[in-house]
Each structure stands twice: as C-alpha cells, then as structure tokens.
Design a protein around this ligand. Structure first.
Ligand SMILES: [Zn+2]
Length: 300
C-alpha cells in the first residue's frame, strides 16, 4: 500500500458522532486539556523557532472569547481539538506564541501530522467565511453540528449547507517510455513546473476530465488512464485526484491562455533538475511531486 500523500491521513479521529452533542462540545471548550488550532485571516499560527512548528494552544473560555468561529476538528488520541478563527482582530493576535503564516508557503516544512491538522483547520474555517449567507434566500446562516454544517435562519427556508470540496484531477502524462509532460502557469514562481491539472466538471467521470484537460491544455490525446492516489489541497477547497495517462500522439499544441508553456521532459532532465529560476520541480508537499518521483522510480 502506498504511503499517504502530504496533508492526508493526519491521525485525527473526526469523531463525527460527537458533533451534535452540544453539552459535550461546550464542556470541552472550557477544558484546558482540549486544544485550539488558531487561525487569523486564513493564516495558521507557526512557532517562532528555527524549525517551523504549528502552534496548538490549551483551550480556555478567555481565549475563545476572541474567536468568531470555533469548529470541532476531532480527537487526537483522546484529546479534543478545535479550530478557532481570530480574524476579527485588526492586528494578528497571540504573537507571544508565534506568527500567522500562509500554509501555502510553510506547509511543506511541517511534519505530516501537523500539516494535515493545520490545513484541515484552515479549510473548515474558510468554508465558514464563504457561507455566511444562504445561497437560496440570502438570509444569514448559523453554525451547527460543531461547525460541520450551517443552517439558514429564515424559518421558511431552513436550508442546510455542508462543507464542500472541489474535485480536481492531476495527471502525469507519459509517452510509455522515458518522457513526461510538465507545464507551468504564468503566475507561478520562476522556473516552477508541474504535471497538468484541472477541475472536474459536472457530468464528467474522472477519466473524462483527465482526457479533456490534457487535450485542452496540451493538445495531446491520452489513453490508459489509471488512478494513483489523492491529496487534500484546501487552497481553498480542492481534493486533488492523481492519475497517470499515456499519450497516443506526442505532438504538443499548448493552450497559451491556460499555460505559459508545456513540454516533454526526460527522466535524466528531471533527475538533474537545476532547482533554480530556469527550472524547478513541484514543491515537496504536492501530489504533483509525488507522481513525478514515483514515475522516476519506475512505480506504476
Ligand atoms: Zn435560506
């Protein structure tokens, strides 16, 4: 069995049966044994130490007075963990504990468990920020199920909305031999390359989406579409569904609206990547890198 991708399988027992137990949740929030994962404007609190570490605080009612939204994440061992949003503060709070930083920059420097816990907290709170109002009638919504549902406050509407994730396919396209396709978008850091990716559309299978995206972006038809693994990518709310596919025609016809460039690369080119502004491989916490590393090792 493959080891989990970064941000997946972080060891949190979501204990969904406890979400509706309001008295238990309230009791835990006042319990110093419980832990709080703080966020401020979608940034996670990272300790001041030289090795980045996610900061997790003891729970207290005083601390949580300043939180706008609190969500029960689950149990780590038998310790309840909550995410708390402190975005109401004009300046970042809790500075004595660390600095608020964007996980898109710092995530890959954390341990697997910390990374998974922190992006889970970030993704859940971001969903709340984007669903303050009912999509049907426009009335305010209220938090329910310890943060895993929101309900419309208009009694005539009463609609419920649950956290959503957006499925995206990400695919390593190879030629059946020694080459694969990498591309880059204009707004990426200099030299950054990745395998191709795109969102799944309504009415498509994942395999359909893989073939469509590769053809749209690179002009290459593919076959032998095989699932590899998946990765939560909550920036803001995706899950990346990883595939491999074999090109049946090697001639690239790159869509320059979508991509700055895409090209075939050999194993040797990747093994000797300069990792500078001319060419660098995807960041280490990404499934894109995982797919490439696996392919270079000859994994299926
Ligand atoms: Zn409504």
């Amino acid at each position: 069995m493959k080891s989990p991708n970064f941000y997946a399988s972080g060891g949190v027992d979501r204990a969904a049966h406890l979400r509706s137990d309001e008295s238990w949740i309230a009791e835990q929030l006042g319990n110093r044994q419980a832990r709080i994962v703080p966020l401020w404007r979608m940034q996670n609190l990272i300790g001041h130490g030289t090795t980045p570490q996610g900061v997790v605080l003891e729970s207290s009612r005083g601390l949580l007075m300043g939180a706008e939204t609190v969500v029960f994440l689950g149990l780590v061992g038998d310790v309840p963990h909550f995410a708390a949003d402190f975005s109401g503060y004009e300046d970042p709070p809790l500075e004595e504990h660390g600095q608020f930083r964007d996980m898109r920059g710092v995530g890959q420097l954390l341990s697997h468990e910390e990374g998974a816990l922190l992006v889970y907290a970030r993704a859940t709170l971001q969903w709340h920020l984007r669903h303050k109002f009912c999509g049907i009638c426009g009335s305010p919504t209220e938090i329910r199920e310890a943060g895993h549902m929101r309900q419309c406050t208009n009694a005539d509407c009463n609609s419920q909305v649950f956290p959503r994730i957006d499925p995206a396919v990400i695919m390593l396209v190879h030629d059946g031999g020694d080459r694969l396709i990498l591309g880059r978008q204009r707004n990426w850091p200099a030299g950054q390359h990745s395998v191709l990716a795109g969102f799944v559309e309504s009415g498509e299978s994942l395999e359909d989406a893989v073939a469509r995206e590769v053809f749209e972006e690179a002009g290459v038809p593919v076959t032998d579409v095989h699932y590899h693994s998946s990765q939560p990518w909550p920036f803001p709310s995706s899950i990346m569904l990883g595939f491999a596919a074999r090109a049946t025609d090697m001639t690239l016809n790159v869509d320059r609206e979508e991509l700055e460039d895409a090209a075939w690369f050999t194993r040797d080119q990747l093994l000797n990547s300069p990792e500078d502004d001319t060419f660098r491989l995807p960041r280490k916490d990404s499934i894109s890198r995982r797919l490439i590393d696996g392919w270079m090792r000859g994994e299926d």
